[in-house]
Design a protein around this ligand. Structure first.
Ligand SMILES: C[S@@+](CC[C@H](N)C(=O)[O-])C[C@H]1O[C@@H](n2cnc3c(N)ncnc32)[C@H](O)[C@@H]1O
Length: 280
């Protein structure tokens, strides 16, 4: 609550998508990661990208801005974040680059016209699919949406803190505080609920700006389902840590990792093509 009830609160003036992008997304970093992994796999640069669950499609925009021959396709069911992204992200690109972004207000389980080099599904969004058949079906469509040599990149989170109902991760920014609340996790079904809240210096809050009802999947389950859906190989990228045990933001392919109370990792599903020699 604001101290002066007549004055609009910072929360009432806030734009939840702008705050989300500032706090949650690092689309330029993701694009660099996709380049590096694709090059390692296929020894060439990727040009086409599909961003499933794209929301405000920040990755699409950074993708087309990163190279003149790149095209991006963003897919999301919800017209609201797509409209926000058109106004705030797409409009910042040069006109020619804008033309290289296609937006589809559609279900990610739709087979697209273009088969892409990189299919990205970020911020755990695929956890919306709560059963094995649903998720395997989605992965089958994702595989079809990839070119003969292509990769699907998913992110995952986990660690003991995620099992702590009521646990809140807090990050402070200049104008607001971001809170990620682990609201519920059912150990029998792995149904999980998360909220994003934003708090402001005047004491006002954007409570439950975003809420996610997901299934808490594990890395081995996702690896198994990608292989079942037809992917030729699945690699896990784990974050390197410094001497203090803090994450460095650099992810390397790993077969094993130490226990960590709060981790984020990437899973890369590989469509290898007939003649590919996969580099481990
Ligand atoms: C957690 S947000 C992720 C936004 C963005 N990818 C990011 O990294 O921040 C999840 C998005 O998935 C969309 N979504 C949920 N189910 C979907 C489906 N079946 N097909 C397409 N989009 C879906 C929602 O509308 C929402 O914008």
């Amino acid at each position: 609550m604001s101290k002066n009830p007549k004055k609009p609160t910072q929360a009432s003036k806030a734009d939840k998508y702008a705050l989300y992008q500032r706090a949650v997304q690092e689309s330029e970093v993701e694009v660099k990661f996709f380049n590096r992994v694709f090059k390692k796999l296929f020894n060439t640069k990727p040009t086409t990208l599909r961003e499933d669950f794209c929301g405000t499609f920040a990755i699409c925009c950074d993708w087309v801005a990163s190279q003149k021959d790149r095209i991006a396709i963003g897919v999301d069911l919800d017209p609201e974040p797509l409209a926000w992204g058109r106004e705030h992200n797409l409009s910042k690109l040069k006109p020619k680059a804008q033309e290289r972004v296609t937006l589809l207000e559609d279900d990610v389980r739709s087979v697209g016209k273009v088969r892409v080099d990189v299919l990205a599904a970020q911020n755990f969004s695929f956890w919306i699919f709560k059963t094995r058949p649903q998720l395997v079906d989605y992965f089958k469509v994702a595989y079809q949406n990839l070119a003969d040599q292509g990769m699907m990149v998913l992110d995952m989170m986990g660690g003991s803190e995620c099992w702590d109902e009521g646990h809140v991760d807090v990050r402070k920014y200049k104008r607001f505080t971001y809170e990620w609340e682990q609201a519920m996790l059912d150990p029998i079904t792995h149904d999980a609920r998360f909220h994003i809240h934003f708090a402001f210096k005047d004491g006002s809050r954007l409570e439950k700006a975003f809420t996610y009802e997901w299934r808490f999947w594990s890395i081995p389950e996702v690896k198994e389902m990608l292989l079942e859906a037809g992917f030729d190989d699945v690699h896990v990228y784990w974050e390197n840590t410094d001497s203090e045990g803090e994450g460095t933001g650099i992810y390397r392919q790993r077969e094993h990792a130490p226990a960590d109370p709060c981790w984020i990792a990437y899973i890369v599903g590989v469509r290898a093509g007939e003649t590919a020699t996969l580099k481990k």
